[in-house]
Design a protein around this ligand. Structure first.
Ligand SMILES: NC(=O)c1ccc[n+]([C@@H]2O[C@H](COP(=O)([O-])OP(=O)(O)OC[C@H]3O[C@@H](n4cnc5c(N)ncnc54)[C@H](OP(=O)(O)O)[C@@H]3O)[C@@H](O)[C@H]2O)c1
Length: 251
């Protein structure tokens, strides 16, 4: 049975429609004002209360790191940021860069160096980019120039288990909340790295093959069994929004 003794607890937290969709379409991101407005237009008045209770439930684990994927910030077909070449030695760049400490982290998996950061955090929370050895060197050099902390975990792409271990060993993180889309949550699930799932389900449907869902990524291997969950809490708001809290059942 996988243990959380060498890694932080991983809690996935999402808002979804009744068909498990987490965005209006594959082509849109909720950071876009118009997509966000249409997404929230179907949230009934009870959603805010259920979100607040979900936050209380998640906060009981005292998470100090929120995890996001690059798909929250850039489109599927966006390439690496265009940056000047660097003369800094590769092995120096491929070393964790932690120029400061902070009480909380906002960590983004960006192994391809695609997100052009404009906001680096505030006094309480710092941006942390999770990269790997194949991340373009000009991007790593750029992060250093901008004093944006980064960790290097994995070779061809970010090794999520290694990243979680680094969160714990390098930053003292005991609980991670993934607020990502289905791509990153799917990769965490397939690597057996998810411990809890907190879902707020609004009474609406999106549909559409390929629309981002709670858990995307590679399909279950033929012959494999779905991941079993144990219900901890379920509550229904007066306007039909539902809050559920499950734990992954590894018994
Ligand atoms: N409703 C909600 O609560 C909610 C929350 C968040 C996002 N969203 C929406 O969901 C959509 C984005 O979802 P998405 O699925 O496109 O993006 P995503 O969840 O960000 O998935 C892509 C991320 O997963 C990483 N990844 C994928 N497979 C991996 C693997 N095997 N190993 C390591 N890392 C892996 C990618 O890394 P690389 O970058 O290194 O390739 C990338 O960071 C957007 O529309 C966003 O607005 C909704």
């Amino acid at each position: 049975m996988p243990s959380t003794s060498t890694r932080p607890r991983v809690v996935v937290s999402v808002v979804t429609t009744a068909d498990g969709r987490v965005a209006p379409s594959r082509a849109e991101r909720l950071l876009d004002d118009d997509a966000n407005r249409r997404w929230r237009a179907v949230w009934p008045p009870d959603t805010a209360d259920l979100l607040a209770r979900r936050a209380e439930a998640v906060d009981r684990h005292r998470p100090t790191l929120v995890l996001e994927g690059s798909g929250t910030f850039v489109a599927d077909d966006d390439g690496p940021c265009e940056l000047p070449a660097t003369s800094v030695p590769a092995e120096e760049l491929r070393t964790d860069f932690l120029p400061h400490r902070t009480p909380r982290w906002f960590a983004v998996v960006d192994g391809r160096g695609r997100v052009p950061w404009t906001h680096k955090g505030d006094a309480e929370t710092s941006l942390l980019v999770v990269t790997c050895r194949s991340t373009p060197l000009p991007y790593l050099a750029h992060l250093r120039r901008e004093a944006i902390p980064y960790l290097v975990a994995g070779d061809d792409r970010v090794d999520l288990a290694a990243a979680l271990t680094a969160f714990r060993d390098r930053l003292g993180v005991e609980c991670v909340v993934s607020e990502a889309g289905g791509g990153l949550n799917g990769a965490l699930l397939r690597a057996d790295l998810v411990d809890e799932l907190h879902v707020v389900t609004v009474p609406a449907l999106v549909g559409g093959l390929g629309t981002p869902s709670v858990v995307d990524g590679p399909p279950l291997a033929p012959g494999a069994t779905p991941v079993r969950l144990r219900l901890v809490t379920a509550e229904v708001g007066e306007h039909g929004t539902i809050r559920t809290h499950h734990e992954v059942d590894r018994s």
